[in-house]
Design a protein around this ligand. Structure first.
Ligand SMILES: [Zn+2]
Length: 66
């Protein structure tokens, strides 16, 4: 995948965490106040929460599909 910023080839890898990762429009004070509009980015299986991602180290940009 080409970086949308600099057009260099991005490195394929994973974004990983010990807990699920969500995208939200509004920053929550507590994670437990998650709203139904939040989008879960990491997978929902029994593995460590992760999602495939592409990284441009030059631009410090990460792109992922969810
Ligand atoms: Zn870039």
């Amino acid at each position: 995948m080409k970086c949308p910023n600099c057009e260099n080839e991005m490195e394929k890898g994973f974004v990983q965490s010990n807990t699920p990762i969500f995208f939200c429009i509004k920053k929550h004070k507590l994670h437990i106040t998650r709203s139904s509009d939040d989008i879960r980015l990491t997978n929902a299986d029994f593995d460590v929460p992760n999602v495939e991602a592409w990284c441009c180290k030059k631009c410090k940009k990460v792109i992922m599909d969810y």
